[in-house]
Design a protein around this ligand. Structure first.
Ligand code: GAP
Length: 456
């Protein structure tokens, strides 16, 4: 079992605790002490991540004529990973401590000195000279297919979804009658036996990717690379992420993955520093050429206009669904002072997730002010009606101030309160999570009011 996630800022501790309290994210197998860097999404987390994935799918597949969707299997022919270079090149340099038997990445910042040399000090047991020289460690999980656990049956859990797209590129091209340039998009799980996992859902061993491979004519890849850089940043900004928390990072030669000629990351300033959550890569014809060679199948394209044959170049956009969810959560997390009536009802401090309303797991919460005087009956009718349109929550427990605070922590953008006036004139108050302002709305107008507020 690997060590607990490393957190370097109290904000992450608070976010992890809120995520558990409100049902966003739980540690996997928690009752058994947890499984290192594997996390489960609770009722609110699954909605938030699904909203992000659906938004990505809409913008990448439904809104574009030149991109098709795909859902390839996680398990693939083992030769795929030889051709892709992952068997030989998807490695991290690791060092072992001969005394305490712990294993670290060679570039672990906690290591003092040079691993393999007498000055190197183990960050766990503190011994000097016990760290081995770095050795390459493959990050792919292996498993066995079929009943016999021998070498012939070894297969891998995919470490990226991209390869499922490459091996299907001709199937999709032919069945969809697309022409180059065109793209294939996919959302799915990927697995990496990360050695220094941590920081909550930032680096995990099982995660989801939202990847799109855009196939272009050689020579046009730089133009498409810039196009996709600009599109992807716009998409991220439209999630409501503060632009001062976003920046580009171009990979230096020694940072480039084995398949990439050029790569830019979109980084976010997490509480633990600037880190990547999406990459745009120029993968050239590296993957398709290698698959053509290893599979012995022609993967070139005949341009119907020019009669030229070529292996397409690929521009890839690769985002982590979990990391994007973490960006959204970190960016939305605020601790605020509250004044006026709200402070009297729920306290002067609040924790609020200022999620973009269209991303919020719950769109509204329905509160009968008190559990008497026909208010619960009307509140239930409103709740039942709204549920047909939005994901809404009913809460009649505790003071109204406490109920607002719970929904603030859940990021619910609207609180609908049914009070004494409601039973007289069929109006309710709608409280805005961010401004704390309340509008009085006719119950017949609630669906259109919320629909308008949730757009975008
Ligand atoms: N197909 C290209 C590729 O996989 P990558 O930079 O290794 O490129 C792309 O990964 C994205 O996948 C990252 O930006 C990140 O959002 C996500 N990702 C990668 N490894 C991850 C991990 N261990 N845990 C969570 N997300 C991860």
């Amino acid at each position: 079992m690997s060590p607990a996630p490393v957190t370097v800022d109290k904000t992450m501790d608070k976010l992890v605790s809120l995520a558990k309290r409100r049902g966003f994210v739980f540690q996997s197998s928690e009752i058994y002490g947890g499984l290192g860097s594997v996390w489960d999404y609770g009722p609110l987390g699954v909605e938030l991540k699904k909203n992000i994935k659906e938004r990505w799918w809409r913008s990448m597949v439904h809104e574009r004529e030149d991109i098709e969707g795909l859902d390839a299997a996680i398990l693939m022919h083992p030769k795929v990973w030889e051709a892709s270079g992952h068997v030989s090149g998807f490695t991290d340099p690791l060092v072992d401590c001969k005394k305490c038997k712990n294993r670290f990445r060679a570039d672990d910042p906690r290591i003092k000195g040079t691993p393999g040399q007498p000055d190197a000090q183990c960050p766990v047991c503190g011994s000097k000279g016990t760290l081995t020289a770095p050795r390459q460690f493959n990050l792919m999980f292996k498993t066995f297919m079929g009943p016999v656990e021998d070498q012939a049956a070894v297969i891998y859990m995919r470490p990226e979804t991209a390869q499922g797209i490459y091996v299907n590129y001709l199937n999709v091209l032919q069945s969809s009658r697309q022409k180059i340039p065109f793209g294939i998009a996919q959302i799915g799980k990927a697995f990496r036996n990360e050695i220094t996992p941590g920081n909550f859902i930032f680096r995990t061993r099982e995660f989801e990717q939202m990847e799109m491979q855009f196939f272009v004519k050689p020579g046009s890849e730089n133009e498409w690379f810039e196009f996709w850089r600009s599109e992807r940043l716009k998409w991220v900004e439209a999630l409501g992420i503060r632009s001062e928390k976003l920046r580009w990072h171009q990979h230096e030669k020694d940072e480039l993955a084995h398949y990439a000629k050029d790569a830019y990351d979109i980084q976010y300033e997490f509480p633990f520093g600037w880190q990547e959550f999406e990459g745009i890569h120029n993968r050239t014809d590296f993957d398709l050429s290698n698959h053509q060679k290893h599979a012995g199948k022609k993967l070139d394209y005949l341009d119907p206009k020019t009669n030229e044959r070529f292996i397409p170049y690929v521009v890839e956009t690769s985002a982590g669904a979990d990391r994007t969810t973490l960006v959204v959560l970190c960016d939305a997390y605020r601790e605020e002072e509250v004044a006026g009536q709200e402070a009297a009802e729920g306290g002067e401090q609040r924790v609020v997730l200022r999620l973009k309303p269209s991303l919020a797991p719950l769109k509204a919460a329905v509160f009968p002010l008190v559990n008497k005087d026909s208010m619960p009956e009307l509140a239930h009718r409103i709740y039942d009606d709204l549920r047909r349109h939005f994901n809404v929550f009913y809460d009649d427990g505790g003071s109204i101030g406490r109920r607002y605070r719970r929904q603030d922590e859940a990021g619910t953008p609207f609180g609908i309160t049914i009070d004494g006036q409601s039973t007289q004139d069929q109006t309710v108050t709608v409280r805005d999570r961010d401004t704390l302002k309340q509008d009085r709305i006719a119950t017949t107008q609630l669906v259109s009011y919320l629909t308008q507020k949730l757009a975008g």
